[in-house]
Write a protein that binds this ligand. Sequence first.
Ligand code: ATP
Length: 892
Amino acid sequence: MKYHEMGEKDVEKALNTNFQCGLQEEEVKNRRKQFGWNELDEGEKQSALLLFFSQFKDFMVLVLLAATLISGLLGEYIDAIAIIAIVLINGFLGFFQERKAEKSLHALKELSAPQVYVLRDRGWLKITSKEVVVGDVIKFSSGDRIGADVRIIESNNLEIEESALTGESLPVSKKVDIVAGENVSLGDLENMAFMGTMVTRGNGIGVVTSIGMKTAMGQIAHMLQNAQVMVTPLQRRLEQLGKILITFALLLTALVVAIGVIQGHDLYTMFLAGVSLAVAAIPEGLPAIVTVALSLGVQRMIRMNAIVRKLPAVETLGCASVICSDKTGTMTQNKMTVTHIWSSGQTWNVTGTGYHPGGEFYQRDHKVLPGNSKELQQLLTFGALCNHAELKQKENDYIIDGDPTEGALLVAAMKAGLKRENLLKQFTVEKEFPFDSSRKMMSMIIKDQHGKRFVITKGAPDVIVGVSESILWTGRLQHLGGESREKVNDAVEGLAMQALRTIAIAFKPIDSKTIILHESEAEKNLTFIGLQGMIDPPRPEVKAAVKECRDAGIKTVMITGDHAITAEAIARQLGIIKGNAKVLEGKVLNEMTVEELEEEVEQVSVFARVSPEHKLKIVKALQNRGHIVAMTGDGVNDAPAIKTADIGVSMGITGTDVAKEASALVLLDDNFATIKAAIKEGRNIYENIRKFIRYLLASNVGEILVMLFAMILALPLPLVPIQILWVNLVTDGLPAMALGLDKPEEDVMKRKPRHHKEGVFARGLGWKVVSRGFLIGVSTLMAFVTIYHRNPDQLAYAQTIAFATLVLAQLIHVFDCRSEKSVFARNPFGNWYLVGAVISSLLLMLIVIYTPALQPIFHTVPIIMRDWLLIIGMSAIPTFLLAGSFYLRKKT
Ligand code: ATP
């Protein structure tokens, strides 16, 4: 018999588990030993060796290897060996860079692995779905992805979307009842849920029947799409730019070779010089360094609690001009405490902080016993009954497992001595209609000891008032309308003005025969009982983050399901709105088209009582106004808005799998301030990429120009081919990498957001590349010419001087690249990676010049002390000349 044909007891026996306690850890270990981890086989991984060899398939490297072969055939063995050595060093560098990028991407995948709630040793734990074994009891709710194949043993309006398996895009409703027949198709197995499918509604509990490759998903695992490697817009632009640069470089190289040959240089030297120059001029290392800079940036973001799921987001983050953020949990702490209770025109204040269940009840500064008031007693009891949360003690603290709003209601009831566990001895829960943020309420059907049944509903007060027809006023049933409705509204507003989140509670008796299948039947004709108001303090760091965003030209918009007045009060505390501000409510949004919203959206900083569906409209209106929008969300219904936003942000703690999968950025701590930190890092990563693009390209321009000018002026070659290769492949690489690790400039969050269509050479970068490159070329040539004219017989010495000047000029220029302003704008020792890289590049240069064994290979001659003055002077010119001109321009 298959699991779907068995009753629950038989399933429990067959899987040798216990639905009440779950599996014991010991048993879990045994089962894992026997059946392995719950994971799908991944496709073939590229081996290290293959990755290493892939470093040599680059076109220019192949040209270089061909040149080596020719050198070898012509008997120039030293040249040949030297070139091969350089290509190998370059290959290793590339290999390690890619390895690092790959590793960090893998770590990222591990971090965003889906998690599962599992019952083990009588307690519910959150574990990664990989750790689940057959026989585990797991629970899931709307927005979760099912972690293994399970037989359902409890279903509360559970609906699951199984399109990944069956192709059917409409969610299927799931039940506990036996499904007869052995060969039932997947789509008809209503009491089973399958790995990889998504809960769209309700909640449920199931017992794991198969894991890993044994699951229905595992059987078709080959159909799973592989994770795509995503290319960022900048990487794409660089790819295009690379093609243009190659053409340019080849043309210039051809020109140098042609002029050289015409001027009478020998063919072999010019050929090798041409190849070396072409290799030098083409920034083939650029894409690899960009990837490394991006992936290192992504790692830094992880340390700040932000996980980037889609690489392009790293760049888009720097362009963000609006952040639309949820309030509860993201801007506030999501640590709710009931402080005010209202019923029948009376208000009670409740003392105590956090979830500690100790506190007292006061009325107009007088302590009262909660047991003395029937209304209060009933309100607290119903709040604790229509509830899903659990209060747990952890060390000396109390924590809530479940929705904090419900947690607050549990704690308030406990302060009056009403424990949910005890209440559940008197009342049984027959059915639940779970909370969803579109309805803004939840209901339970409850039966008491005497068999009396009733519906308890709790939710947003305006919604509850809308579905109530009567009110319990000091124990008497009254029609809810006119005066009483006004009193309720006044009470709600009074609580909201104190920034309290309000929950209303209502109920209705039902007879023993009434069967309620749908929430719409339960949630009507109710009797309103009262309100509970809870504080949810703002997160302390959010106010500063909002201000920092404003300085950076980024607007913060609060989007919340909470009451307009509560939302406005909190927005004011956080500095999101100042003076007269417009709060737009969901019901107004309903009536507006996207175009109408576009007209107003710039003036609105708070959207209240909105449903997740409204978020899409808001994103679209902002995008139509030219904004780059970051939008947060956590539930299933938030997914479309998260997907449409330029940067979809989901919550690591409270977020559902659906929201996480739709998002580009996951906040591990659910904190608004983390979005700001990620934006700052995003801006920094982009600026760092600009820094090394500038450094590498200016270096290349310098290398080409020094050769070109020498040929035009009928001079000998100022650099021998092997020196050009050395400079380009060895000296340039490390400092460029170090620039990728630079810290942000002080004013990075004082600038306006970058335009998302900005080109690679925007904001003066092109000019900087050409002007610095030109000056590096000219000063290298000047150093060469000075020495060459002093002693034309010692060409190798003059070439060594040119080599040293070129290297030094680049190593000085690298400090200039750290700032948009000038080399003096930043402390040169602010980036120790760079200092280290520059020192090692300097040492490498000195080794090449002063090691006798290397001198014949690199055609170098030891430089005498006095000439270093010339080298240092010449190499400083490009950077300091332009730094000087920057200050002159600033003064005038
Ligand atoms: P956001 O996270 O978007 O800032 P929110 O969490 O306040 O807002 P919702 O969760 O949609 O938004 O809640 C909207 C309203 O529904 C709340 O103001 C509250 O009155 C009510 N509500 C929230 N949680 C529950 C719950 N578990 N049961 C009943 N009503 C709830």
